[in-house]
Design a protein around this ligand. Structure first.
Ligand SMILES: Cc1cc2nc3c(=O)[nH]c(=O)nc-3n(C[C@H](O)[C@H](O)[C@H](O)COP(=O)(O)OP(=O)(O)OC[C@H]3O[C@@H](n4cnc5c(N)ncnc54)[C@H](O)[C@@H]3O)c2cc1C
Length: 191
């Protein structure tokens, strides 16, 4: 909505448009790595905190690794904000190279032989997602209520950004969908 790729005619109320603009998508990505063995020594779903050198940039570069996801040899390196945006533009190979470089700084060059696979999905550049999840600008929190309000009993809104308490999550998105469906059902049955 904030990108203007879905338009309404007649246009939606101004406050509704303001809610789109002020609760817009942010960048957050995983660089996924498949290891031949558990190099972190953590248990399943352990989190390995690590602050990569930002080289003076304000946005953190790499905040850590979700290791041994669900007991598998998969590990996810977390990048977000402006740095993630830059990595997305630089491309998949650059993103993987960046994380490999940080792992070498941590564990030495020998770490390469344990990496058996890697991938990176640029969620911000993907035209169907355009980011990871939405964030309200400072002072715009109250607009989440406006965001989830239906318009004229004809258009309903759902998704993580509309969630009153669980924004940025799958279950928040799921519940807003259920709420909207229930509301539509009530209106249609005249209850
Ligand atoms: C790297 C990453 C890690 C995450 N980790 C977690 C986590 O651990 N736990 C958690 O709960 N959440 C996590 N999230 C957040 C979670 O993925 C989102 O909050 C959730 O997917 C949002 O669901 P949604 O239904 O609101 O939006 P989406 O899942 O984005 O669904 C929107 C749908 O609309 C479709 N669409 C878009 N434009 C159009 C159009 N013009 N016409 C028709 N269809 C269109 C899209 O194809 C898509 O299917 C993570 C997100 C990212 C990116």
């Amino acid at each position: 909505m904030a990108a203007g790729s879905i338009r309404f005619n007649p246009v939606l109320p101004v406050e509704k448009q303001e809610s789109f603009a002020k609760i817009s998508m942010g960048f957050y990505d995983h660089v996924a790595l498949l290891f031949s063995e558990n190099i972190f020594g953590t248990e399943a779903d352990g989190y390995f905190f690590y602050n990569a050198d930002t080289h003076g940039a304000q946005s953190p570069a790499l905040t850590g690794f979700l290791t041994n996801v669900s007991g598998t040899p998969l590990t996810l390196a977390d990048v977000g904000g402006n740095f993630a945006r830059e990595l997305e533009v630089a491309g998949r190979d650059a993103a993987i190279d960046f994380v490999r470089g940080e792992l070498r700084r941590l564990f030495g060059t020998g770490v390469d032989r344990y990496i058996v696979g890697a991938d990176f999905v640029p969620w911000g550049l993907d035209r169907w997602t355009r980011g990871a999840y939405a964030s309200a600008e400072p002072g715009a929190y109250a607009l989440r209520r406006v965001l989830r309000q239906p318009v004229g009993d004809r258009i309903w809104f759902a998704g993580e950004a509309c969630s009153p308490a669980h924004w940025a999550t799958v279950h928040g998105a799921h519940r807003t969908g259920q709420d909207a469906a229930r509301d539509i059902s009530r209106r249609l049955s005249g209850i």
